[in-house]
Design a binder for this molecule. Structure first.
Ligand SMILES: Cc1cc2nc3c(=O)[nH]c(=O)nc-3n(C[C@H](O)[C@H](O)[C@H](O)COP(=O)(O)OP(=O)(O)OC[C@H]3O[C@@H](n4cnc5c(N)ncnc54)[C@H](O)[C@@H]3O)c2cc1C
Length: 168
């Protein structure tokens, strides 16, 4: 049986005595807490990060890792654009250590109605400078060898990315 690399079964890392004083205490060492602490520390603040278990021991190391703009609600999309920009900066800083790859995300349309739905979403992408585009039936079949002609189309966003959650 494969054991997940981050769990209560492995010794705690990043231990340190509590400081006498700090500027900010962040509670919770998932991706939100760690990156909050990271960006505050970069701005020169003294940050204490408290985690009750293991850093990234819960959801943040166990998700699917997608950094996806495609298909987002109009209100979410600017946040995802900014998120991708931050991930790109982190990937430059850390190199391969995040498992960051910008290889795109593709959705396959199971019907003409789904194609229409993707088409209706495209103006949101354009308004936010996101490179999403529709794919024709032929393009889908050419790109996914063996997928057959059964997909009427798709939606593709080349700039969408993925990081490896438990490594990151
Ligand atoms: C199946 C699945 C797939 C997903 N896929 C994706 C994806 O592809 N892309 C994506 O962007 N997101 C995805 N997500 C969402 C993503 O995993 C979460 O949004 C993200 O991990 C939340 O991070 P977090 O830091 O808020 O929470 P967590 O990772 O849960 O971290 C919270 C931390 O706080 C600690 N804590 C809690 N209470 C205390 C306390 N009182 N004192 C000290 N520490 C405490 C916990 O131990 C934990 O370590 C997915 C989620 C699921 C469930």
């Amino acid at each position: 049986m494969m054991h997940f690399p981050i769990s209560m079964a492995v010794p705690a890392r990043f231990l340190a005595p509590l400081p006498a004083a700090c500027d900010v205490v962040v509670i919770g060492g998932g991706v939100v807490g760690v990156m909050t602490a990271w960006f505050l520390a970069e701005r020169g603040m003294r940050v204490t990060l408290c985690e009750k278990g293991r850093i990234a021991g819960e959801q943040s190391s166990r998700n699917w890792g997608w950094i996806r703009q495609q298909g987002r609600d109009a209100a979410e999309l600017p946040i995802m654009v900014e998120s991708l920009r931050l991930w790109q900066g982190l990937a430059q800083q850390f190199g391969d250590r995040l498992g960051f790859h910008q290889t795109g995300v593709m959705y396959l349309a199971g019907s003409e109605k789904a194609v229409e739905g993707y088409e209706a979403w495209l103006p949101h992408a354009q308004a936010n400078g996101v490179d999403s585009r529709l794919m024709s039936r032929r393009e889908v079949a050419a790109r996914l060898k063996g997928a057959g002609p059964g997909w009427p189309g798709g939606l593709f966003t080349p700039s969408d990315a993925r990081a490896e959650p438990w490594v990151a």
